[in-house]
Design a protein around this ligand. Structure first.
Ligand code: 5AD
Ligand code: SF4
Length: 325
């Protein structure tokens, strides 16, 4: 599909009836997903280990200027313990995510990665923009995947949303990660204030151009504790179509059904899994801690235990006639 086709597809109507979402691109994406990556849904254990952040992204509740965010750092021992527990519960990939901060320096991160690698699992990082050398050190320590969303390819919007950050540096980071041999995850927000359909089509073309191996996207959800608190949320149906189009354009990649999708619509995760997605990233940190990773309000998280949450997700997947790994 070219830009024009993508724009047309993003504008196409979705019929919703009895919880069934009908649109030819969603159906095509589901078929392409089945043919290219099969029916296995990959589960990744997400450890949000620090919500300290030195950035000020306008949309995010973890932004530096939000003084109402209760900040926490897990200790190295706690992080490793959570990873071990997740592995015991059958997870094969651990995702280490944090706000962008320098508390967890290269040495500390490398130690944590090495310890988790001892459990014989894949380690994915999502720590934001770092230098080439830092990315290299993490790679040497054993990390093999990195998630860094481009957020939007509309440069003016990027600038407005990200004070004191540079679009060019973000692209450079993505290139550095790719050059270092990481499996590269990226993605965008859908429905940022003044974001256009055209720019979402450009985002999809950009993800193809950088050869993303994984694409995570979700609706923008206004957070009470940010300057965007009174803005309109991203559209769920547009998000679904964007997921489907990413699958159609990049048939072999991994696409998570994100937390933002699940937060916005009940069973959003299942709906996304039927529109091209093939990954779920359950949080594996205790609720009383992870609830403070408040990117936006009412972020879907479960007061249930980690095992119970995993059981529920696995049941959802089986209900779709799929299997999990
Ligand atoms: N709504 C939805 N997603 C958000 N993110 C940050 N703030 C919000 C929000 N208000 C996403 C960003 C970031 C990821 C970790 O969370 O895309 O890359
Ligand atoms: Fe920090 Fe990431 Fe939130 Fe931006 S989106 S404020 S970098 S945690």
């Amino acid at each position: 599909m070219d830009r024009k086709n993508l724009i047309e597809a993003l504008k196409s109507p979705v019929e919703v009836k009895n919880g069934i979402y009908s649109n030819k691109y969603l159906a095509l994406a589901d078929k392409i997903r089945h043919e290219n990556v099969g029916d296995i849904v990959h589960l990744r254990g997400l450890i949000e280990f620090s919500n300290f952040c030195e950035r000020n992204c306008l949309y995010c509740g973890l932004r530096l200027d939000n003084k109402n965010c209760k900040r926490y750092n897990l200790t190295e021992t706690e992080i490793i313990k959570y990873a071990e527990n997740a592995v015991k519960l059958g997870l094969k990939t651990i995702v280490l995510q944090s706000g962008e901060n320098s508390i967890f320096d290269t040495e500390k991160m490398s130690r944590i990665i090495k310890e988790i690698k001892k459990f014989d699992v894949t380690v994915t990082l999502s720590l934001g923009e770092k230098s080439f050398e830092e990315y290299q050190k993490y790679k040497e320590a054993g990390a093999s995947r990195y998630l860094l969303r481009i957020e939007t390819t509309d440069k003016n919007l990027y600038k407005k949303m990200h004070p004191n950050m540079s679009f060019e540096n973000r692209v450079q980071c993505l290139q550095n990660l790719k050059n270092l041999g990481y499996e590269l995850g990226s993605g965008m927000l859908i429905g940022l204030p003044s974001q256009t359909i055209e720019s979402i089509a450009d985002d999809i073309l950009f993800l193809k151009e950088i050869k993303a191996d994984m694409v995570g996207l979700g609706p923008f959800i206004p957070s009470q504790m940010t300057p965007l608190k009174n803005e309109v949320a991203g559209d769920f149906l547009l998000t679904l179509k964007a997921i489907a189009l990413v699958r159609i354009m990049l048939p072999e990649i991994n696409i998570p059904a994100t937390t933002a999708v699940e937060t916005m619509v009940k069973s959003g995760r299942k709906i996304a899994l039927k529109a091209g997605a093939n990954v779920v990233m359950p949080n594996v940190v205790d609720y009383n801690i992870s609830k403070n990773y408040a990117i936006y309000n009412n972020k879907f998280s479960n007061e249930m235990g980690i095992k119970e949450t995993l059981d529920l997700i696995r049941k959802d997947i089986e209900e779709l006639g799929r299997t999990w790994l």
